[in-house]
Ligand binder design. Structure first.
Ligand code: GDP
Length: 461
């Protein structure tokens, strides 16, 4: 009851802000390791230094007066660790942040002077809320529309092809050995869950790494580790007319529904149902490295997730009560891993990868943009010559090394390669650069201003 009251209070104050169109809730969506934490940190840091960057005129306003981090907008969500990530990246031995293990939020207040007219005078404040969460949990959203039978059928169908078939061998053998008339033995539930989890972990960690892995909390349980709700697995769907479902089926179905209700729905309603703007981050270079199965898997996973956001413009009064996303940005992350001249190729590849969902969403009147970005540039362009031919190289500290080097980072293809003809891509990973004073300016980045302009410009008017 208390919790509900608090939620209503938060929503009420959010509504107050929306009335003046002074509130933007940003969804930074991306699968695990897509680069959400570094991107969110770099975006906040960029906004914090917008005042110094003479960007006001480019944003169509007089000036940005200052940007403040105001804490977490929700009383029960921890604050996104912006300060500690910045300290880590800006230290004398810069290090990448730890991967996200739970949900966190942050609110920024942007104080600005709009173009001074008779109607708009003085200063205004735009509040921007951002949510960070483990990418694995995003994959749970498609479960909201599925029942246990749909889900089991879909998961088992995926296991009919490689690389899942081999990785699921032990778990599938366990399913094959189950006695359909056997009762509900807790040891059997535990063993089935253990094998299914092992299978999911193998799919995530063995190359090619896959993304469409459900339930997401099996890989990243947060504070639900060991909860009985997290003990279930897909089961072959009983044939039509086969009589009453077995006790095992009924129990697994009950747990699946409890998981949806108490984990997925709560997560969605608490953090995901009220967005105005969305950024979809994709680590396309790693997807290319992982090959055609990973490419197809990522495409499907992102498309399935996109179906769970609400898009469209709607009248302003309907948006007050049920906000809908009216701007969507697709971004390739870590574009600094290759030379700057390859950014357009990355952008084009991403646009082709999500051409269908992008088209469907744009049809609803949503503004959609695609960019290749780097939240933290670890390299600079360098030219080198090999056998008399100039080559686009980059200069940076390769991961696992201590010294800066000029390297050929690899070539991004002009279009998606044919599945049977997929080259062995190997793009280099880099350590974060040493920065003289991380608090004096935005992080070195690519296209962050374009990101800000696309997401916020109309709300600053
Ligand atoms: P998350 O799991 O989506 O939150 O991903 P992170 O933001 O933690 O990033 C995962 C990893 O990607 C980092 O540890 C870095 O190795 C790499 N990375 C993230 N952003 C960048 C970037 O802008 N440039 C480069 N070169 N690497 C990045």
């Amino acid at each position: 009851m208390k919790r509900q009251l608090r939620q209503w209070r938060e929503r009420f104050s959010e509504l107050g802000n929306r009335l003046g169109d002074r509130h933007v809730r940003l969804a930074v969506t991306g699968l695990s390791r897509a680069g959400k934490t570094v991107f969110t940190t770099s975006l906040i840091h960029f906004l914090r230094h917008l005042r110094h960057e003479a960007h006001g005129a480019l944003l169509g306003i007089e000036s940005v007066e200052g940007v403040e981090v105001q804490g977490s907008p929700s009383l029960d969500a921890p604050l996104f660790p912006y300060e500690s990530v910045i300290d880590r990246l800006g230290g004398t031995q810069p290090r990448w942040p730890e991967s996200t293990r739970s949900v966190s939020e942050i609110r920024l207040a942007i104080r600005f002077r709009p173009r001074q007219t008779l109607l708009t005078r003085g200063e205004r404040t735009l509040y921007v809320d951002i949510v960070d969460y483990p990418g694995e949990w995003l994959l749970d959203l498609p479960l909201l529309d599925a029942d246990f039978g749909d889900w089991s059928r879909a998961m088992l169908a995926l296991c009919e092809t490689e690389p899942r078939r081999t990785r699921a061998r032990d778990w599938l053998a366990f399913l094959g050995g189950l006695d359909p008339a056997g009762g509900v033995d807790p040891a059997v539930l535990r063993e089935g869950t253990r094998l299914y989890r092992e299978f999911l972990r193998a799919c995530r960690s063995e190359p090619p790494a896959l993304q469409l892995l459900q339930p997401g909390h099996f890989l990243m349980p947060g504070d639900l580790e060991g909860a009985p709700m997290l003990e279930f697995f897909p089961l072959a769907v009983p044939a039509p007319g086969a009589g009453e479902p077995s006790a095992l089926w009924t129990e697994l179905e009950r747990r699946f529904e409890a998981y949806k209700q108490h984990v997925v729905r709560q997560f969605y309603e608490r953090h995901f149902s009220r967005f105005d703007r969305q950024i979809v981050l994709v680590d396309l270079l790693s997807v290319l490295e992982d090959g055609p199965a990973a490419y197809e898997d990522t495409r499907r996973a992102v498309a399935a997730i996109l179906e769970h956001f609400q898009y469209g413009q709607g009248a302003w009064w309907t948006r007050l009560f049920s906000p809908r996303i009216d701007r969507l940005l697709f971004a390739v992350t870590k574009a600094d891993r290759v030379s700057r001249s390859q950014s357009p190729l990355l952008r084009e590849l991403l646009a082709r990868m999500f051409s269908e969902p992008e088209n469907d969403i744009a049809f609803k009147g949503v503004a959609v943009k695609t960019l290749a970005v780097s939240a933290l540039c670890c390299t600079q362009d360098a030219r080198c010559t090999v056998e008399g031919r100039p080559l686009s190289c980059v200069r940076g500290i390769p991961e696992g090394q201590d010294e800066e080097r000029v390297v050929f980072p690899g070539q991004v293809p002009g279009e998606p390669p044919l599945p049977g003809d997929w080259p062995d891509y190997a793009f280099m990973a880099f350590r974060p650069p040493r920065l003289a004073d991380v608090h004096s300016a935005a992080l070195p980045q690519l296209k962050m201003f374009e990101v800000v302009r696309f997401l916020l410009e109309d709300r600053l008017a």
